[in-house]
Design a protein around this ligand. Sequence first.
Ligand code: SAJ
Length: 416
Amino acid sequence: MNRQRQTVVVVGLGYIGLPTASILATRGHTVIGVDVNEGTVRTINSGKIHIVEPDLDVLVRSAVNSGNLKAVTAPEEGDAFILAVPTPFVQESPGHEKVPDLSYIDAATRSIAPFLREGNLVILESTSPVGTTERIAGLIAELRPDLAQEGSGARKYLSVHLAHCPERVLPGHILRELVDNDRIIGGITRVAAEKARDLYKSFCNGGMHLTDARTAEMAKLVENSSRDVSIAFANELSMICDKLGINVWELIELANRHPRVNILQPGPGVGGHCIAVDPWFIVAAAPKEARLIRTAREVNDAKPHWVLDRVRAKAERFKDPVIGCLGLSFKANIDDLRESPAMEITLELIRSGVGRVMACEPNIEGGRGDLPLHEMDEVLREADILLVLVDHEEFKDIDRELLKEKVVIDTRGVWR
Ligand code: SAJ
């Protein structure tokens, strides 16, 4: 393992940047964490965290206490720079295409450019469309012509080393996966990939797979698209089975007994900030060719509307229906509401006045904005329609006797 200590500047202290900065600091590197949000910087410097992730608080506290991690609002000089900023998409109105928004990456690049020195390593970790690492190289060459070798194509002969090393950790298990997962490391040059590998080796036990930057960018997009397509297949099956009067959960269980079949689980839609976003980057780059990837996105995005139609149809039977929404987060046993289909469905039920909505989210205390939350017992007592939106552990052991008088719409197969 390479133990060479470096000064690492990590730009963006969110779900990926903060754990990465902290783990680097606890492995002996001097880490300068940069975030534009002053509140975030203050929180981290006091040894606390602004996001929810198991054990991250302990890691950050130990990194800050060691003196190796400090958070600041503007970059400084260092040996290596890691960019871990968001890459959302913007909805373009004319063709309703969704295109990647690279403004955070551009801003991060501009912010580090004045501090770059010859021989520095710059790593892009943010999930990015193919060509983004080259774009960063171009931007650096433009902003710092002194770092581009005279008379050459600036991108190719930049005297800083550039690599893409996409993050692949699963929210809820970030600290374990940061250490154990394999890494794909795509360098603009081979030397860049090797330098990035040496840095990751200081905390990562997984395999290191070196490639070029474009392949690494595409690999990350493909991983999440592959999962999206598989979930879309399960979601489509659930709608077909509903029409044909077949229990989709039993069907999938049986089909998965085939040695080469592994169907995923249907749900109310696909949430989170990754799988529902990244496939669009492929569609935007190759709209004619990416037909399956696009359709999968559309199938998954349409699922919440299908669920809403089913609730509306059942609600018609009641004069003043009480609808109990069980779960709001984007997946089981977390409190993260980003792009959550459960949240989308619950808010739409409230907005369209289908009935009185009682929402229950065991992982969140109190309420969420103007959405009051209820205890599970209360919802089970009062609801006419029980809508299961997330397969939280708490819902699995509910006494089936309590469900007998209810209309149950179980989008996750919790009570299959
Ligand atoms: N879901 C289903 N059915 C399934 C599996 C998932 O409906 O069988 C839904 C979930 O309920 C959730 C959504 O899909 O709404 C996404 O959840 P997830 O657990 O599949 O993935 P994320 O978004 O938490 O994390 C993914 C991971 N990617 C892959 O597994 C290929 C993670 O490794 C990535 O690092 C992360 O995206 C990311 O940051 O890109």
